[in-house]
Design a protein around this ligand. Structure first.
Ligand code: DX5
Ligand code: ZN
Length: 217
């Protein structure tokens, strides 16, 4: 299991301090939630902030674009140091083209699916992907409750990936806590995003250890 803390729940007035806390606690990547106030109601951070973290942490940048017309900004996020970029299928008119654009910038490509979006929208692009991001809440805010029927969606995706003999990561994002991490792992997810559960904790190393223990339990 890889753990990707979402900096949406970090203290933005001390961003690098919080990034160091999750790096020191042994997390695997930094999940960066980019929101534009159009695709989702919230506005968060842009490429300048991502760039400002470049070279200051060893954690790879996992950039989750919750924005309209992502093609327009992919080059900037690539330049800002993104290791992997997720675009929402719902925001892409030409999904295949967008995936190729990400890869042309030597960045790993992922597609994110809202809870209401069926898996079949990625059926014909799956071979081009490094990761699929299954949203387990409706995107826009941290601290929401996990949407239970997503377990079945993760299971179905895992089966499709296995049936085709592919090696594609399954990331889950939204409402993941130490007490439900086991069931998403059992369903087939291998990258866990957690925002409020990690940054809302008084003791980050302890909560990270709990996530790892519970995922194996
Ligand atoms: C939601 C974001 C998530 C969010 C998760 O739109 O994509 O990454 O930060 O936060 P928690 O873990 O608190 O649900
Ligand atoms: Zn996210």
């Amino acid at each position: 299991m890889k753990l990707a803390p979402s900096i949406l729940s970090a203290d933005f007035s001390n961003l690098i301090g919080d990034v160091k806390r999750v790096e020191d606690a042994g997390c695997d990547m930094l999940h960066i939630d980019v929101m534009d106030g159009h695709f989702v109601p919230n506005i968060t951070i842009g490429p300048l902030i991502v760039e400002s973290l470049q070279g200051k942490t060893t954690l790879p940048f996992d950039v989750h674009l919750m924005i309209e017309d992502p093609d327009q900004y992919i080059p900037q996020f690539a330049k800002a140091g993104a290791h992997i970029i997720s675009v929402h299928s719902e925001a892409c008119v030409h999904l295949h083209r967008t995936i190729q654009l990400i890869k042309a910038h030597n960045v790993k490509a992922a597609v994110a699916l809202n809870p209401g979006t069926p898996l079949n929208v990625i059926e014909h692009v799956l071979e081009d992907l490094d990761m699929v991001l299954i949203m387990t809440v409706n995107p826009g805010f941290g601290g929401q409750s996990f949407i239970e029927p997503m377990i079945e969606k993760i299971r179905s995706l895992k089966k499709i990936i296995e049936d085709r003999g592919l090696s594609i990561d399954i990331q889950v994002d939204g409402g993941i806590k130490v007490d439900n991490v086991k069931k998403v792992i059992d369903a087939g997810a291998n990258i866990i995003v957690a925002g409020s559960a990690i940054f809302g904790s008084e003791n980050i190393p302890e909560i990270v250890t709990k996530f790892r223990e519970n995922s194996r339990a």
